[in-house]
Design a protein around this ligand. Structure first.
Ligand SMILES: [Zn+2]
Length: 121
């Protein structure tokens, strides 16, 4: 994956979209599309004026693994933040939404301030 920051923004190139990933020993299926919402979730997000960019479903008893869905059509910054956010959910399922949101936003802000350039090639 190449994730590059430019002076005024971000762009993404050569990114692959794996189908599975292990987080702390638990396998997750990864889906790279707009997450679906239940009627209740749709109502909650509309009320809060929020867009659902990613979704994390932890493994439940008897299931083969968890699932993470991330909208890959998001702008770069939202895509990176959402991927980090959902990965943190998978790593720390005991943390609540506000803790995960705070952590992912703070880490993303640090990366931005650093003019972070990440390359795995
Ligand atoms: Zn979340």
């Amino acid at each position: 994956m190449i994730l590059t920051s430019l002076w005024m923004g971000w762009y993404i190139g050569n990114v692959s979209f794996p189908k599975t990933h292990y987080f702390r020993g638990k396998v997750y299926n990864l889906r790279w599309r707009k997450p679906s919402m239940t009627k209740k979730e749709r109502k909650q997000h509309k009320k809060a004026g929020l867009q659902l960019m990613g979704k994390h479903t932890p493994p439940y008893y008897g299931s083969a693994g968890g699932m993470i869905t991330i909208d890959k059509s998001l702008p770069m910054e939202d895509f990176a933040d959402t991927t980090l956010h959902e990965a943190l959910h998978a790593c720390f399922p005991d943390l609540d939404e506000s803790a995960i949101t705070e952590a992912s936003e703070d880490i993303t802000k640090l990366f931005k301030r650093m003019g972070m350039k990440i390359s795995f090639e």
